[in-house]
Design a binder for this molecule. Structure first.
Ligand SMILES: NC(=O)c1ccc[n+]([C@@H]2O[C@H](COP(=O)([O-])OP(=O)(O)OC[C@H]3O[C@@H](n4cnc5c(N)ncnc54)[C@H](OP(=O)(O)O)[C@@H]3O)[C@@H](O)[C@H]2O)c1
Length: 348
């Protein structure tokens, strides 16, 4: 029988946070043996990529499995590149919208695509569409013979009635706004090349990843801490501890197929904004102020399909909330990267 992971009561430093995010589970250690190298992680310089690469490396080490990992990004954030290299991960700087750059990337039997663009769509929609379509096209062509796990987003769905319990994978992809529609196009481009070339792919529709420096729960907690009102019109959301999301992304190679398979990636239970804020009010010992009233629909999902295949994400969201509250009280690092969880018109 697998041992249950143990969690600290609080997380007291960036180092301790990183240690937790890169600690592989028994299930990941077992499954990483099925991934032959090099494992190429594209768009590795953002919020999830650095810890995903090191998590994969740690799982391979514990499995006694030799797995070379290459992290590719433009590395606009130099620190993420420095940190990856310090951890012994090979990095390659490349613009994945540049055809020549993509063609000269190393061969790899297994590829994860994390590239995408959401924020800034209002001011430069053309770049959002290019990042979410031209990039995937070049990647899918270049890695036609590889297995690809490609990140998508819950934003591909429209809002659904909360009473229905969340969108399933076969729900119509008819969202509002340019970012969301470009995200639909990202999936369709990957799907098209999966059909055309028989490339095995898994498309992962991730709902908010959360750790202590960013994420929807951090946004809500910080509003409570700062005494700002919380708009509950968009009343429910799904999220997942980032360490669990990265684990499931790595384990998703086993789910890749042609035609591409599609999976909602989230903690299975949608949370209510009002309830989460009230919980933070208690943990932070602050009054909570609300505006608006819950609309009957929200952007939420049913993640049963993935949880049935890989098991439920291990980290309880109640524990994550306790970590976040304590982190904020002790002045922990904040990336100031708001998720825009209140947005209902698809405008980012
Ligand atoms: N984090 C979440 O809560 C969340 C929720 C839903 C879906 N997702 C999906 O999951 C994926 C990963 O999430 P994330 O939070 O790590 O995203 P992120 O912070 O935006 O990271 C993606 C990285 O891709 C790189 N990139 C973008 N265009 C590129 C290009 N032309 N060439 C090379 N690299 C490029 C960028 O890094 P450089 O500037 O270094 O190139 C960027 O930081 C995203 O695609 C997103 O759609 C994430």
């Amino acid at each position: 029988m697998r041992s249950q992971p143990t969690y600290p009561a609080k997380i007291e430093s960036d180092i301790q946070l990183l240690e937790l995010l890169i600690r592989p589970s028994a299930a990941l250690i077992e499954s990483i043996r099925q991934i032959s190298g090099p494992l190429l992680v594209l768009g590795a310089g953002g919020k999830m990529g650095p810890t995903l690469c090191v998590l994969a490396r740690n799982a391979a080490r514990e499995a006694g499995h030799s797995l070379a990992i290459t992290a590719v990004s433009r590395f606009s954030d130099v620190q993420s590149r420095e940190w990856l290299e310090l951890q012994g991960i090979k990095t390659v700087s490349a613009d994945l919208l540049d055809r020549t750059a993509v063609q000269t990337l190393p061969d790899a039997p297994n590829v994860i695509n994390l590239t995408g663009l959401k924020f800034g769509t209002k001011t430069n929609p053309a770049l959002t569409w290019a990042t979410n379509t031209v990039g995937p096209m070049l990647i899918a062509e270049r890695y036609a013979k590889s297995r690809i796990v490609a990140l998508s987003t819950g934003n591909v769905y429209p809002r659904v009635p909360v009473a229905d319990g969340g969108a399933r994978e076969d729900h119509a992809l008819t969202p509002l706004g340019e970012y969301a529609n470009a995200a639909v196009a990202r999936e369709r481009v990957f799907e098209y090349f999966s059909q055309l070339n028989g490339t095995a792919m898994a498309l992962m529709r991730l709902f908010f990843a959360v750790e202590l420096r960013y994420g929807v729960l951090v946004d809500i907690a910080r509003r409570v801490w700062d005494g700002q009102p919380i708009d509950v019109t968009n009343g429910w959301f799904n999220c997942i501890w980032q360490g669990d999301a990265n684990e499931m992304i790595l384990r998703a190679f086993s789910l890749a197929s042609s035609p591409a398979s599609v999976w909602n990636l989230s903690h299975p239970k949608p949370l209510k904004v009002r309830t989460a804020a009230e919980q933070f009010g208690k943990l932070l010992e602050r009054p909570v102020h609300f505006t608006g009233n819950e609309a009957p629909d929200s952007l939420i999902c049913n993640a049963d399909k993935l949880c049935t295949r890989l098991g439920e994400p291990a980290t309880p969201l109640e524990t994550v909330m306790e970590w976040i509250a304590n982190w904020i009280q002790r002045g922990g690092t904040n990336w100031n990267k708001s998720t825009g969880f209140e947005v209902r018109d698809g405008s980012y």
